[in-house]
Design a protein around this ligand. Sequence first.
Ligand SMILES: *Cc1c(COP(=O)(O)O)cnc(C)c1O
Length: 434
Amino acid sequence: MLYPENLTVNNQGHLCIAGQDTVSLAREFGTPLYVLNEDKVRQNCRGYKTAIDTYYGGNGLALYASKALCTMYTARIAASEGLGADVVSGGEIYTLKKAGFPMEKVFFHGNNKTPDEIQLALDCGVGHIVVDNVYELDTLNKIAASKGMVQKILFRIKPGIDAHTHDFVRTGQIDSKFGVALENGEAFEIHKYAVTLENICVDGVHCHIGSQIFDVDPFKEAAKVMMNFISDLRDKLGIDPHILNLGGGFGIKYVESDDPLAPYEYVKAAIDVVKEVATERNMPLPYLVFEPGRSIVAEAGITLYTVGCVKDIENVRTYVSVDGGMTDNPRYIMYGAKYSACIANKANAENVKEVTIAGKCCESGDLIQENVKLPLTEVGDTLAVLATGAYNYSMSSNYNRIPRPAMVAVKENGEKKVIIKRETYEDIIKNDLL
Ligand SMILES: *Cc1c(COP(=O)(O)O)cnc(C)c1O
């Protein structure tokens, strides 16, 4: 098996992440276990920052889309690398605030922010609210007025672009619950209304066209549409939306056939178009914002499991069951998401058998992956699922009252830190009152 560059195999034939033996990590911290390569996360953060510095003179900001993996520690990593962050809920705002994140560099998204969440955002000093709709705009204006403040906002725009990706994670077209549409004039009208509101300051526009996108074309198209819209707003309403936030969605490699570009290529492609349109329409260059989530943390993370029962059903298939499942990784059951896996204690062994990796939940669909080739697998083996850093822990649950795994951050210098402790049965019942 060909491993991604942050994974290696040591002379015992064990899979290593950031140079650390995963079999030892599994033994020391128990399984299931999320392991995060901190060096890799930092390197990915820097990739975006460098791209904006190199191609755009630093006139912009990369935000860590914290929903991909929202923990106090990952927020601190992003902050220390100079990134901002985007959040989509009160819980994420609270996490970042508690982590000491610079809240003026936070953008608050969501299609149905509650009044309480808006209150919290303003109280915490969130820099920008990305307003989704007119109801939210009115609510925000009132809350800001009650606090005697003017809140900076961007509007979430549906640019009418169809990024070729999975239906559930495609958000740029008119039939989406997020934002206001360009093509029917809704986006223009909401800006026209917003300029009449005293406690609102329109700072820019935002779009996010989907997730796990490999192609640069949808990003270029989005940049073009949004730049033209900014120019229209300047000409027709005399306002200056100087921030252009183009969202995230840059693809990563889950399986051999995935072929993403380096992050800087997406950033550069969008920047080229932004510059072109700015010249064409004789307008200043906007402050550019990107919101990578998956591409910052996904490949930096792996999940380690212990293999239990191996069920060979003749002429049907072989189920390899592990001690986790949809509770720590619901992406297969939700989207049929693809993953690569290996046996961490036999990392150089030949893949000889096609198996289905099953979880331990009471649900037939609770699979991690079907038709994966693995070496001969036995009870007690350590199974590693790769590229689980994004949307695994953050989407995890306590279904079947299964405690969530711990997460360990590891570094090439030998450091290893438990950044999230394993839940206990006591944690599971702690909110049961009667
Ligand atoms: C989910 C999301 C992102 C991050 O998407 P990735 O695919 O993880 O890069 C960025 N911006 C918004 C508004 C999002 O909803």
